[in-house]
Structure formats: C-alpha cells, structure tokens
Design a protein around this ligand. Structure first.
Ligand code: AR6
Length: 175
C-alpha cells in the first residue's frame, strides 16, 4: 500500500510545485481578493478566461456557477502547479447555518476531483478563514477530519499539504 501523508507548512500557496492547489473562490468563479486574488494574479489572465468559460457552462445551477460546498477544476497557466481546484467555502454566520457540512464538502469534493484527474499531491489554503470569517480553529478541525476520512476513498492522493499563511494557523494545524 502506498503511504498518504498530511503536512502543514507556512507558505504562499501560489509558489508550490504540487499537482493541484485549491483556491478559496466565490460562487461567480470570476476572482476576488485574498488567496483568490493572489492565484489569479500569479496565474495570469488565461485563468480568468477559463473560469469564465466554466462559469458560463454552469450558470443555470441553483446557487450560481459554483455554489458553496462545490468545486471545479481548471488549468494552472503561469503557476508551478499542474491544476487549480476552485472551491467555494461557506460564509460564517455563527455556525448554525450548515457551515461545517459545507466546509467539509469543499475539502471532500476537492480531493475527489484531484483523484478523478489522476493527481497525487494537493495543497489547501484555510478555506473560508479569511473574508468569509470561519473561525480558524474550528475550520482546521473540519479540514483535518474531512481529509483523513476522504483519503480512504482517494488512494491515488499521496500527499496533502495544509498551507498556512500566518503563524496562528500553522500552530493550529500542528496541534
Ligand atoms: N497563500 C496561502 N494562503 C493565503 C494566501 C496565499 N497567497 N492569501 C491568503 N491566504 P480568503 P475566504 C489565506 O479571504 O475566507 C475572495 O475574495 C488567508 O490568510 O482568501 O474563503 C474570494 O473571491 C486565509 O486564512 O478566502 C471570495 O469572495 C485563507 O487564505 C472570498 O475571498 C482564506 O482567506 C473567500 O473568502
């Protein structure tokens, strides 16, 4: 059996030469601030062009091109990774609006898309923990538990990296 590793690092996700990086997008898929803005800036305008095509094909879905909890895959253009998986986290409204299930769905669907695409290594940012306001500690627990569980049905994924952008998140993941 091949081993599957999970690690946390302190880094800018746009610099990582993994098979896939995950973007914390919004349901329009057309870019924004935070990690989404950084990924679009580093990948170049072709990424936005592809995202527009994906959004156009999915425009009739309830909840917009990419509802919270869902994920889509694109090319990576100028980035050192091979693919970008765009997922949309829930906005935090206090925790009783299905936020944990939606956040878990982001991690699960992203991993399953990577598996389906034949990718082996994947890096996640702290989805929803910026502008969307999900408490970092609670989000880290959902992320870790969901990844551990989903890896059982994604045998092709050998490496999962939790990319922390600040010391506090890095401490949480290591704890
Ligand atoms: N590398 C790794 N992590 C990063 C980077 C980076 N370069 N930049 C920020 N982070 P956010 P959300 C961390 O706000 O909360 C966008 O406008 C950051 O410290 O990017 O899911 C979208 O278009 C935080 O922990 O995403 C949506 O509208 C985490 O990434 C909305 O923001 C996520 O912060 C999504 O909000």
């Amino acid at each position: 059996m091949t081993t599957q590793t999970i690690e946390a690092i302190l880094a800018d996700i746009t610099t990582l030469p993994v098979d896939a990086i995950v973007n914390a997008a919004n349901s329009s898929l057309l870019g924004g601030g935070g990690v989404d803005g950084a990924i679009h800036r580093a990948a170049g305008p072709e990424l936005l062009a592809e995202c527009r095509r994906i959004a156009e094909k999915r425009r009739d879905l309830a909840g917009g091109p990419c509802p919270a909890g869902d994920a889509v895959i694109s090319g990576a253009y100028k980035l050192p990774c091979k693919k970008i998986i765009h997922t949309v986290g829930p906005v935090w409204y206090g925790g009783s609006h299905n936020e944990p299930a939606l956040l878990a769905s982001c991690y699960r669907k992203s991993l399953l898309l990577a598996e389906e695409a034949g990718l082996h290594s994947i890096a996640f940012p702290g989805i929803s923990t910026g502008v969307y306001g999900y408490p970092k500690e609670l989000a880290a627990v959902v992320a870790m538990e969901t990844v551990r569980e989903t890896l059982k049905s994604a045998p092709g994924i050998t490496k999962v990296v939790f990319v922390c952008f600040d010391q506090e998140s890095f401490r949480l993941y290591n704890a």
